[in-house]
Structure formats: structure tokens, C-alpha cells
Design a binder for this molecule. Structure first.
Ligand SMILES: Nc1c(C(=O)O)ncn1[C@@H]1O[C@H](COP(=O)(O)O)[C@@H](O)[C@H]1O
Length: 163
């Protein structure tokens, strides 16, 4: 059963959102993925959001670009935490996506990560951290992930010393 729902406004967002899925896989979190658009498939979006909790999801990650209304509209129809990923756009570099997602009105939060693939990766890690609050195996995998980051910095220090 999927614990995280990864949705995106278009298949063109996959190049970004695949980094979310990779992070979830690395942390052993089950997920489902789907293309759903607030603009193009509003009925599907409402049904997805309204049924998400009963289907067993714990977190929804929604990526979209431009007039990125998907994360906020999903958040308006579920009590699950929603993480929004601003997809980088060719016209406005994803600042349009960021502003569309981050500036939610009071009462309807969307946890917004950075623009692009680093943000998409962080969305997966953040979802794992939410799940890790009540799951010790996930918490252990997250601790391991942090240790790997430390090891990478240790390698960087060795490399720098050799320069
Ligand atoms: N922002 C939204 C929504 C939405 O918010 O519901 N639906 C599609 N889109 C975005 O339109 C961009 C261009 O989509 P196409 O590449 O399909 O034309 C994508 O980044 C998508 O997330």
C-alpha cells in the first residue's frame, strides 16, 4: 500500500519529479505516482484529494509549473500534509511556480520546497521525515542518509587538502 502520493500537472514535470521518487525509493517509502491537473482534470483532482486519506496515503507531494495551482487546490480538499514542488519553467525559471505554490492564504498550508530537482529530492526526504515521526525503521534510514552526507563532506575535505 502506498504511503506517499506523488502527483504532477503534466508528464513534462517527470524530469523533475523523478528525483522525488528516487529519494522515496532510497528511503524505502512506498509511493504511487500520477498525472493530475487542477486545470485540465479538476474532477480527478478533487476525487484524488478527497479519497487520499482513506486509501492509506500519509503525505501528498504535488509538483507543477507556471500557474501551479495543483498543490494548493489539493491541500484545500484533504487533511493530509501536502508538499509542493515548484517545477522550473523555461519562461520565468520557476519563480512563477514558486510564487503560485508558496503564497497560500492563511489556513491552507502547503509545505513548499525549492525550485527544481533539489527541491523535488527534498520533497521526498521531507515526506519520509513526516512518516519517520511514527516509524522507527524509516527514522533509522534517515539517520543513515545523514551519515552518508557527512561521509561525502569528509571526502570533499580530503579532496580540498590535495588541491
Ligand atoms: N501548473 C499546472 C497544472 C495545475 O496546477 O493544475 N496543471 C498543469 N500545469 C503545468 O503546466 C506545465 C506545462 O504543461 P505541458 O508541458 O503539459 O504543457 C507543467 O509544468 C504543468 O505542471
Amino acid at each position: 500500500m502506498a504511503l506517499v502520493g506523488v502527483i504532477m500537472g503534466s508528464i513534462s514535470d517527470w524530469e523533475t519529479m523523478k528525483h522525488t521518487c528516487e529519494a522515496l525509493e532510497e528511503l524505502g517509502i512506498s509511493y504511487e505516482k500520477e498525472v493530475i491537473s487542477a486545470h485540465r482534470t479538476p474532477e480527478d483532482m478533487f476525487e484524488y484529494a478527497e479519497t487520499a486519506r482513506d486509501r492509506g496515503l500519509k503525505v501528498i507531494i504535488a509538483g507543477a509549473g507556471g500557474a501551479a495551482h495543483l498543490p494548493g487546490m489539493v491541500a484545500s480538499k484533504t487533511t493530509l500534509p501536502v508538499i509542493g514542488v515548484p517545477v522550473k519553467t523555461s519562461t520565468l525559471s520557476g519563480v512563477d511556480s514558486l510564487y503560485s505554490i508558496v503564497q497560500m492564504p492563511g489556513g491552507v498550508p502547503v509545505a513548499t520546497v525549492a525550485i527544481g530537482k533539489a527541491g523535488a529530492k527534498n520533497a521526498g526526504i521531507l515526506a519520509a521525515q513526516i512518516i519517520g515521526t511514527s516509524d522507527s525503521k524509516t527514522a533509522a534510514r534517515l539517520a543513515n542518509h545523514q551519515n552518508q552526507l557527512k561521509e561525502k563532506v569528509a571526502e570533499m575535505r580530503d579532496n580540498l587538502a590535495d588541491q
